[in-house]
Design a protein around this ligand. Structure first.
Ligand code: GDP
Ligand code: ZN
Length: 455
């Protein structure tokens, strides 16, 4: 990390201000060449007013506020400068170009945070929290990521690893010096300790399903034959819960995805165009997309019309849903009922059946309740913010859990301590990967490639 990197750190487009960020050993030297302070000059951690100037061309580039921060108490633990330009892409681009010409290199996405990690300011799970915070769409998503950045998850992992390390030391001593005057590790003790550690891993894993939804959003597909109220439902949920992102445009027959927030849970909502067989080519494309969002959905909302008999088309959809998790909306109850909810409950045993009138706006609260119940699943408290949200972390916890299970089984089978030691060590290493202690360069690169430029 000998070189100095630079990038535009703020979002593209017009804004009040925009920031060019520089980090590395040549930061101060570069700053002196491009920045002309109006007053006394550049001092550590002081916002200084002045101009960015291209001295060779004797050209003023922008009027700025500039701050220089000396290592190691900085984001990257290197010397850092932040040049606050006017929020114009022209000013930012020109300032960046000048900084690059004076010896900086354009930063890769996530490279500032990667340096923070490599220099030991953040562990890997904390660095991953940074990207989650940037991408968070709801308060809850943000809070959970903030907790992770704060090191709450890391601390849990570190504690479990410490217990594993103690156990490993104990095992090694017992393996290497069985005849010495040391405290003997009995299989009974070993079994108890492994079980206790295993429980801690499982407690973390229990939060992972909810955590994933909080980080990535719950994918919900709305399905139903034409004219039952799918669009009305979509509009009602959007109106009630405030769309976070406006609709992603597609063709007329395309599926439309909206991201909304139901009590701070991000919900990715798709109105499927119908999944019937058709010969029409254009319609076929729409249907393929609908099928895809239907197949990928975490939850299906099946809308039916209570005033009309259950049709073949309804039955087709019911078959299609099969045993998957669904909410069935018996809509238009203001028009009366031609059949009973029990009929549906029998056909779709894994569903929650609700009655609504989207016209009279009744039953909508209940939809939100059911979704919330599904997200928290009775396992995670709604105010809990220490959660495993990242699939990478979940996989590693699962690996650790399975190593511990193997170790426990071998302990119960009274197998040689050497074998048990190997599994304990594997669990220790899997957990180490979460925080980046025992992780390959490939994984590190993969993690940071998901960042945006300038972070
Ligand atoms: P979609 O084809 O499934 O998307 O259905 P729409 O949402 O476009 O609704 C079709 C028609 O049914 C519209 O005229 C709606 O106003 C009407 N509608 C939707 N929900 C209700 C309801 O609960 N009661 C009544 N009476 N009409 C409704
Ligand atoms: Zn519609």
């Amino acid at each position: 990390m000998e070189d100095t990197i630079a990038a535009i750190a703020t979002a593209y487009g017009e804004g009040g201000i925009g920031i060019v960020r520089v980090s590395g050993p040549k930061t101060f030297e570069i700053l002196e060449q491009v920045f002309v302070p109006a007053g006394d000059g550049i001092s550590n951690r002081k916002m200084t007013y002045g101009y960015i100037e291209d001295r060779e061309k004797e050209q003023k580039i922008d009027e700025v506020l500039c701050v220089f921060m000396k290592a190691p108490h900085t984001y990257t633990r290197e010397d850092v400068a932040e040049i606050n330009c006017h929020g114009s892409m022209v000013a930012l681009r020109k300032t960046l170009e000048l900084v690059l010409r004076k010896g900086a290199r354009l930063a890769e996405p996530g490279e500032f945070t990667k340096r923070a990690f490599l220099n030991g300011r953040l562990d890997l799970s904390q660095a991953e929290a940074v990207i989650d915070m940037i991408k968070a769409k709801t308060d809850k998503t943000f809070d959970v990521a903030l907790e992770q950045l704060d090191g709450q998850l890391s601390q849990k992992v570190i504690n479990i690893r410490q217990l594993l390390l103690d156990l490993l030391v104990n095992l090694t001593v017992n393996i290497d010096y069985p005849d010495e005057d040391i405290e003997e590790l009995t299989y009974e003790d070993l079994e108890i300790q492994i079980s206790q550690i295993s429980d801690m891993v499982e407690k973390l894993l229990a939060t992972a399903d909810t955590g994933k939804i909080i980080r990535e959003g719950l994918k919900v597909a709305i399905i139903g034959k034409p004219n039952v109220g799918k669009s009305s439902l979509m509009n009602e949920l959007l109106r009630e819960t405030r769309a976070i992102v406006t609709e992603i445009p597609g063709t007329t027959r395309d599926t439309i995805e909206e991201i909304i927030s139901i009590r701070n849970i991000p919900i990715r909502l798709t109105d499927t165009a119908g999944i019937r067989e058709t010969e029409d080519k254009i319609e076929k494309i729409g249907i393929e997309k609908s099928k895809k969002s239907f197949n990928e959905a975490d939850l299906i909302i099946f809308v039916m019309d209570s005033s009309r008999d259950i049709s073949d088309e309804d039955r087709e959809i019911i078959q299609y849903i099969g045993g998957r998790r669904a909410i069935v909306l018996i809509n238009k109850i203001d028009l009366g009922r031609t059949w009973k909810r029990e009929d549906i409950e029998e056909l779709l045993p894994n569903s929650s059946v609700l009655e609504t009138s989207l016209l009279e706006k009744t039953g909508i609260e209940e939809i939100e309740e059911v979704i919330l119940d599904m997200v928290y699943g009775g396992k995670v408290k709604q105010n809990e913010s220490l959660m495993v949200t990242n699939v990478r972390h979940k996989d590693l916890l699962e690996r650790a859990k399975s190593s511990l299970e193997d170790a426990r089984n071998m302990t119960l089978g009274r197998e040689a301590l050497d074998f048990i030691e190997i599994d304990i060590k594997n669990a220790y290493e899997s957990l180490g990967e979460i925080i980046g202690e025992t992780v390959s360069d490939d994984i590190i690169n993969e993690v940071f490639s998901r960042f945006c430029l300038g972070k």
